[in-house]
Ligand binder design. Sequence first.
Ligand code: ACO
Length: 321
Amino acid sequence: MIYARIAGTGSFLPGSPVTNDDLVARGVQTSDDWITTRTGIRARHFAPEGMTASDMAETAARRAIEAAGCAADDIDLIVVATSTPDYIFPSTAALLQSRLGIRNEGAAFDVQAVCSGFVYAMSIAEKFIRSGSHRRALVVGAEVFSRILDWNDRGTCVLFGDGAGAIVLEASEAPGILASALHADGSHHPILCVPGTVASGKVLGDPFLRMDGQAVFKFAVKVLADVAREVIDGGGLSAADVDWLIPHQANIRIINATGKKLGVPDERVIVTVDRHGNTSAASIPLALDLAIRDGRIQRGQRVVLEGVGGGFTWGAVLLQY
Ligand code: ACO
């Protein structure tokens, strides 16, 4: 039996933390109290002008490759989850392959599933590895959401941040990913979207993130616990066997409600939303890397990763680290 196992992780956050009070100082009509009470967010990071998803992905990827103890050229598959790519094309993954100096002509492509992007990318990479077609995958979540925020819409601009996280997944006889589940229901697309595009040299439609916050909240709480249960059952385990839950980091109230529904106590849930805000596809690998590097997640422990985002899309991965 071939598993896809995490060999190394890395992450990158641009610049210094921007606090809620910093946003007020920049002219956003909000308050630290409003943001922390409703979302748990205290700070986030923003990429400086000109810094792209592939810039952040490169640093996170180099850290993951170093932690995996392999060479960049040993990577034969790159999957980047992003909704804020450098270009319309080529993919951020192809740009990343070039920046890492990889010349082995392995596959490279992007996955666009917004905040579920990382679990989508990881599940796809796992299927390539288990099929035997590829041996070592670099899976990245990288986002510059600050580019698609409307700073006059205080209901959304306070929620997001920028960053990147990466893992190296490799073929292994020792257990790695034990189960995964991916879902989508496109009929909910209007409640969270960036409903614009570029054509004939112009922006067509709206280039900013639009959200019905309450509808998103209800949807997220409903599907996150269900999909986590689906992978825990799929792996033949119960919630008590899960050492760590790493939910997509959108809102502390969604995270707490999901943990409670699943029966995973708060001390076994990894939380970074207070420091990172919502970094969309980057939030799960950022949290995973942090908790591995600070020693909370240990080899052999069981971890559930789960995400929900625009589309709507949602998914989860159960793994043994
Ligand atoms: N600061 C101060 N006041 C604000 C702000 C702000 N940043 N934003 C909105 N308000 C005001 C509104 O104008 C409104 O005022 P009014 O009553 O005078 O009209 C009031 O606060 C309440 O607004 P609501 O939108 O009803 O606030 P709600 O309690 O629903 O909280 C929030 C909004 C935090 C967005 C909540 O709905 C939420 O967390 N939803 C989940 C959304 C989410 O996490 N999205 C992330 C992307 S999706 C994903 O990653 C899964």
